[in-house]
Each structure stands twice: as C-alpha cells, then as structure tokens.
Design a protein around this ligand. Structure first.
Ligand SMILES: [Zn+2]
Length: 433
C-alpha cells in the first residue's frame, strides 16, 4: 500500500489560553510579541558587537536550574538555560548504563544534581546535560520554551515514560548515531552557528519541516512499471525537498530516514513530535490495477482516523503536554482544541499544496482526501500525506524517476509550504495586532 504523509504543525494559537501561547512559542514561529522581539534584537546586537570586539566569539550557555518531577512512569525534566537550545534529546546506552542526553549550544559550567523516580541524577558539562536513568525510559517529547514575562531563562522540557529494554536499545542505537552527528555539528560549527543565529530570520526562528520518505529497508513499497521501487523514489524526493527547503533560510529540515533503512510507522510520528515539527510531510507513490490512472493526491486525517488518535496517543505516549496545574476538565477541552486546530491546518496545507501540484504535473481529480493513515495520527502535529503519482502509470513512473520530474514536484511542494506559512504568519499578525 502506498501513502504519502504531510504533517503540518501550525503556529496557530487561541488567544488568552496560556497553554496555547506556550505551544506557539515552543515552535518558535509565532510572533512572540514586539517587546520580546525588540529585546532579542538588542540582545543579538549586543552579542554581535561583543563578537566583533573580541574577534573570536565564544558562545556561553549556563544551565541555571534543573527540575525532575515524576515517579519513573511519566517523568518530566525541566532545564532552565540562559540560551535557546534545540528541542532534541537523545537516548543513550553505554558502559555507564542508560541515560538521556541534551546537547548544549554553547559551553556550560560543570554542574551536577539529584533527581527522582527513574532519573537519580544529572550532570552538565561543557557540551551537554546528561541524565542517568535507573530503568529504561523513552523520550516521548521535547519542548523548548523561550523566556516568558520578565523571566530571562529559556526552558527545555523533556518528557519520559517507561519503555521495554528492547525498545530502548533499538531507539538508543539510532539516537547515539544522531547524537554523535549533532555534537560534532555543534562543536565544529558552534562559533559560526552562534554568529549566524544572531541574524534575524536565521537560527531559532526557523520552521521545522519533517520530511518522511515512505517505506525503506525491508519494506520496498510499490514497484514501478519500470522496476524501480517506491522506497527509492520517495527517498530521492525527500533528499531533493530537503535541499530545496534548506536553500531557503526560513526552514530547517529533518528526515525520518536518510538512507535505505526500515523505520516503524510509530517511530516516524514520534520523531516528528520530538523534533517539534511545524510541518510533517510523508512522501509516497501510489499503485493501481488500472495503468491508466495517474496523478498526485493529498491526504489528511479523516474523522474516523481522528478517533484513533486518542487510542494511538495513549499507546505511544503522545500525550499533549499541558502546563502543570491545569484542571482535568479544561485539559479535555484544550486537547480537543489542539486536535481540531491540527486537523484544520492539515486541511489548509493540503488546499495550498494542490494548486501548486497541478502546475507541476497531473493531479487526481477530487484529490484532497481524508484518510486514517497511521502517520497522520500525531494529535498535535497537523499532517498531510502526499502521493506523488502512480508507479503503475508509465508517464508518472518516468516523471518520478527523473531528477527533473521530481524537482518539479518538490518545487510545487515548497511553494505550497511557503504559502501555508505565509498565511499562518498573517493570521498570527491579525490576532496579535
Ligand atoms: Zn507508499
């Protein structure tokens, strides 16, 4: 079966709902208020002056506080730092046991502290904060929150929950490779990145787009009339889309896979959530019994699929985090709002995407469909699944197999993404203005 998934997490909020504001800020997109921006600009200008004055710019980051709450089942770690950090924590299994690592932008002074539940202690070094675990705990969500009110601290929130030792090991295997890459990138490019981050529109204020190349490894997907496999076509398209999006300073792209590897569907969704995706795009190519059928199509979550969200969310620990102290009844309403907004934005993105795709090639009639695809199920990440065309159709297969043909399609996708976020920004401006 073939499916493409686009997931869009919007920068939308409901005014006067504190949780919603946090959500917006956590994805770093929303206009966070003129005052905050001005302060940031002044701060950045100051840092830039500092960097120029001293020639070599040394990034500084301090871990100001760490709090661990929970009994080892759901556990929440909150880290206060003076610098914005990436919303990504890694599960690590090594000689010293199990741990969760948050790489730091800028070097912190060494510190250690005690925790509770499944996280007995933590230590901060120049490059990371490491939380030791006394049992396997899965990172279910990482959120970053900029300073609120008069506070100056940035926060990173890491939610953990119990997981089997086998599952921990398999996630840790992948996480440790990614952590190594992330650490190298932060160290080698630290100075360059810090300076780059001071330019407006670059750095922390990027939209995070997660592009999911369908299938992979032992799961080849559909086979084209030409013999080519769907998993290879989706990967080539994903890599091209990443390149295109990253040429635009507004976007940061994460791929659920960069090679021909098999990744569980729930892991794709969990990755997107952990990365704080503003948009999740799953790429697939279709197959049909009738070789005449051709064209791209776009899927978003169906009402029926939506009812599965609750089930999957609790099964996979995709709880929507709410600020502590929220009462139960309000919690239910907020969660419902998040899901509804998510669904609306998926639909909006799909509607922006379709006319662009029509310019790039054939599109199935009535093509914006609602479906219950697993990858569309993250409750707080609006998602769209895109079928690039039919591999059983000769023209579609030729088009998707050629770099040029894919380029056209991915350009259309990029235009759709551009239009979607421009509209989001307009809506934000209207609401806050
Ligand atoms: Zn597929």
């Amino acid at each position: 079966m073939n499916w493409l998934l686009f997931s869009v997490s919007s920068g939308q909020s409901w005014v006067n709902v504190p949780f919603a504001k946090e959500t917006v800020r956590s994805i770093g997109l929303a206009s966070s208020g003129g005052k905050y921006l001005n302060l940031m600009l002044i701060f950045r200008a100051f840092l830039l002056a500092f960097a120029i004055f001293f020639g070599a710019f040394q990034a500084m980051a301090e871990v100001r506080d760490v709090r661990i709450v929970g009994n080892g089942e759901p556990t929440r770690i909150t880290i206060w730092t003076d610098t914005a950090q990436d919303p990504r924590a890694y599960m690590v299994e090594g000689a010293s046991g199990l741990s969760v690592v948050l790489p730091l932008r800028g070097g912190a002074s060494p510190r250690t502290g005690k925790g509770m539940g499944g996280v007995p202690d933590w230590s901060a070094t120049a490059s990371e904060v490491r939380f030791s675990l006394d049992r396997p705990l899965m990172v279910t969500r990482v959120l970053t929150l900029p300073p609120t009110g008069t506070a100056t601290d940035h926060r990173v929130i890491i939610d953990l929950d119990t997981v089997s030792a086998a599952r921990f090991a398999s996630v840790a295997k992948r996480d440790m490779r990614q952590l190594a890459k992330a650490t190298v990138a932060l160290n080698d490019a630290g100075q360059r990145r810090e300076v780059a981050a001071m330019r407006p529109g670059v750095g922390k204020n990027k939209y995070i787009i997660v592009v999911d190349a369908g299938h992979g490894g032992k799961d080849p997907g559909a086979t084209a009339v030409t013999g080519k496999k769907e998993k290879d076509i989706t990967l080539a398209a994903a890599l091209q889309l990443k390149e295109m999006l990253e040429a635009d300073g507004r976007y940061e792209v994460r791929l659920t896979r960069e090679t021909d590897t098999f990744i569980e569907l729930e892991d794709r969704v969990t990755l997107a959530r952990n990365w704080g995706a503003n948009l999740f795009i799953s790429l697939h190519a279709d197959a049909a019994a009738n070789s005449q059928v051709s064209g791209a199509s776009v899927y978003t979550i169906s009402a029926r699929g939506e009812s599965r969200i609750d089930k999957e969310a609790s099964k996979n620990d995709w709880e929507i985090p709410l600020e502590d102290g929220t009462s139960k009844s309000i919690t239910g309403i907020l969660k419902d709002l998040v899901k509804r907004e998510t669904r609306t934005h998926s639909g909006e993105f799909a509607e922006f995407l379709l006319p662009e795709l029509q310019q790039a090639g054939p599109v199935l009639r009535d093509t914006h469909k609602n479906a219950g695809f697993y990858v569309l199920l993250a409750p707080d990440v609006p998602a769209v699944l895109l079928e690039l065309g039919f591999l059983t159709n000769r023209d579609d297969a030729d088009r998707l197999q050629s770099r040029n043909g894919r380029h056209k399609s991915m350009q259309a996708v990029k235009r759709g993404i551009d239009r979607f976020f421009i509209q989001q920004e307009k809506l934000m401006a209207d609401r806050s203005g």
